[in-house]
Ligand binder design. Sequence first.
Ligand SMILES: C[S@@+](CC[C@H](N)C(=O)[O-])C[C@H]1O[C@@H](n2cnc3c(N)ncnc32)[C@H](O)[C@@H]1O
Length: 336
Amino acid sequence: MPANPSSPLQEAFCGHWLSQAVITLHHLDVPGLLQRLAAPSLASLSEAIGADARALWQLLEIAKKLNAVTQEADGHYRLTELGMRLLPEHEDSFIPFLDHLQMGYPAWVGLAHSVQTGKPAFDRVYGTDIYSYLTGNPAQNTFFNRYMAQTTDTWLADAGKHYGFSGRVIDLGGNKGALSAMLLKQFPDLQTTLFDLDQAVKQAPAVLDAAGVAERCRIVAGSFFESASIPGDGDIYLLSRVLLNWNDAKVLEILRNCRLAMPAGSKLLILEIILTENAGLNDYLSSLNLLVMFGARLRTHAEFERLLSVAGFGQLNWIAAGVGENPLFFLDAKPN
Ligand SMILES: C[S@@+](CC[C@H](N)C(=O)[O-])C[C@H]1O[C@@H](n2cnc3c(N)ncnc32)[C@H](O)[C@@H]1O
């Protein structure tokens, strides 16, 4: 590693060293032990983990540089406020996202396969697609759904201010209901139907109850790849951050299935992160992550407009819904 990387290119070389160091802190339960042992010494922490003390010391030095851990005058280690977020039980825990990164790590090693074929390296490495994999791994599925809910709470917090929701919203791919709950709180006359795979909606009652909106949200388990399972009584068919998980062929299938289910007078409403001309490094990395994990990508305005037109939608209307630099947009459309 260059001692003083002088360009973003050189800084990029060892990015995986840093992320693996952080993920390893979690895997060895270092944050949990720092809490439970109440500021242990290196010797007692090594003993509790069954770790090589010299090796563990190096990891802790890195954690100190990242401001996750501090060391007191007597040499004992403690989590900082930021480091507390490495505890899975913390309300704003980083662990659901880190779990997603770790699950994606072997797939990212196959990035060349994804770039050559446009297909998800995840499927090749794991022998199945990500949603089937999550179905068979309930602990990771819980983290994944929690990560979704966290990003809903942070990225979509103000989205409702940019669109006048009314009537019944069919929240397609609504996960465990974080967005439905948010909208129901913002719009007191709104009704929603939370529609997602069984593995996601079964976690919804707790979220809706906690938000005090359960009586205005109907829960339906189903798949948007089966048009008959999509409820036919909505006013707004909402696809929030759903299409970014699918390739063009699958997006067209989802859009056509919605169109079949939608009653006269209803609207399709897409909420997506758009790849704009101002996109930065992180936007392109997120888009590549969607490719590696799902065989999908972030799309431009023009790419969405083409897909909607092919699927038989018109009267398209873009509404910016982002906070600051966040390139979040609503796109509403009507069946032709
Ligand atoms: C990226 S999450 C979006 C969650 C939520 N809409 C939001 O914006 O916060 C994508 C969702 O699509 C759901 N999903 C995947 N396949 C599905 C299917 N065949 N039918 C319905 N939902 C599906 C996933 O379970 C997941 O909750």
